[in-house]
Design a protein around this ligand. Structure first.
Ligand code: TXA
Ligand code: MG
Length: 327
């Protein structure tokens, strides 16, 4: 497999052709890097599952180039979903809608709905529009990491994560560090009101303001599959603990105004909540690279983007606990 750094327009076309030919292309989005395949090609999509080591009943998000493609993949789209798509696409938001015949079981994990997103990263959009010029209808792409582990936010992280599993004709497009750094907000739009299944940069408040309707948060008792309803997710090799005192030898992720105690290895010192999200997974990877055993994270407080950060952290910490207790 080849990493293409600073791809030219021709190289992005080449990547679109590779997708059309059934190969995998990892590409940057503003949230995290995705591992893409032609969403109508069952064989190509099955390789995503094999490369990630992901169970096949986990649905994939289909990436499209604009809201115009929405009706190809979804039916019975509620008014509030149209409002959300108009307002936040291209952007870090995935809508779950009732599927059309195009969205086969190998994309939806056998569910009657499909996840759709128009990403905002210019390279992702260029790849999508080239792919559609070749007759492509959508690119299925999960985060480009091994199942249950940390999403990659740089092309190097994708390479390190998947180099042993990708084939010679697969590609990695380098588009710099993902701006947002954590995965898209997932909103279930199959009921009368929107339900946030996975918090992200499109916050509860933004969804409420845009739709002017009641908005519900994910209830783990619901049977619908959503990221993070799994026990193991978003986790580095190190044990992640939250809001504890860091001891010498521990890694530390905390806002910049918190000083690093003596002997503690600072992995990230973001100035803002936005930077906290942007650098979080890089800091996790750095901790693993340094073979740190325990990473202490001082969580940001409040609403907005902090909710999404706290969600990912609690899952990463939960995993650590499971591993610590059971193995
Ligand atoms: O930011 C993102 O969303 C990134 C970039 C690459 O777009 N993608 C991403 O995909 O995070 P993935 O597969 O790693 O996480 C998507 C989550 C999965 O846990 C999946 O179960 C859930 O979304 N999902 C996808 N389609 C769904 C559907 N139809 N119903 C319920 N959950 C769905
Ligand atoms: Mg993922």
């Amino acid at each position: 497999m080849e990493i293409i750094s600073n791809p030219t327009h021709d190289e992005i076309k080449k990547a679109a052709n590779a997708l059309k030919d059934g190969h995998l292309v990892a590409f940057p989005t503003e949230t995290v890097y995705g591992l893409g395949a032609d969403a109508t090609n069952e064989k190509a999509v099955s390789r995503i599952y094999a490369v990630k080591g992901r169970p096949t009943d986990h649905p994939l998000i289909v990436h499209i180039s604009s809201i115009k493609q929405l009706e190809k993949w979804a039916i019975e789209i509620p008014e509030y979903a149209i409002k959300l798509a108009n307002k936040f696409w291209p952007g870090p938001m995935t809508l779950i809608l009732k599927r059309s015949n195009l969205a086969k079981n190998f994309i939806t994990g056998g569910q009657d709905n499909v996840g759709l997103r128009v990403p905002a990263h210019p390279m992702a959009l260029e790849l999508l529009s080239n792919f559609e010029k070749l007759g492509g209808l959508g690119i299925a792409a999960p985060s480009a990491n091994k199942f249950g582990l940390v999403s990659p936010t740089t092309s190097t992280a994708v390479f390190e994560e998947l180099k042993r599993n990708l084939d010679k004709r697969d590609l990695i497009l380098d588009g710099g560090q993902s701006d947002i750094g954590i995965e898209s907000t997932i909103i279930d739009c199959t009921d009368v009101n929107p339900v946030i299944l996975r918090p992200g940069a499109i916050t509860f408040e933004l969804v409420k303001f845009c739709t002017k309707s009641d908005v519900f948060e994910y209830n783990p008792k619901l049977k619908i599959r959503a990221s993070g309803s799994l026990e193991k997710h978003y986790s580095p090799k190190a044990q992640v603990v939250l809001d504890e005192i860091a001891l010498p030898g521990d890694g530390l992720i905390a806002l910049a105004n918190f000083p690093t105690p003596k002997g503690v290895i600072r992995l990230s010192a973001p100035e803002s909540v936005e930077d906290f999200a942007k650098d979080l997974y890089i800091a996790f990877r750095l901790g693993d690279y340094k073979e740190i055993k325990k990473i202490v994270v001082l969580q940001p407080k409040g609403s907005g983007l902090s909710v999404a950060i706290i969600d990912r952290l609690s899952k990463a910490a939960n995993t650590s606990k499971i591993i610590k207790n059971n193995y």
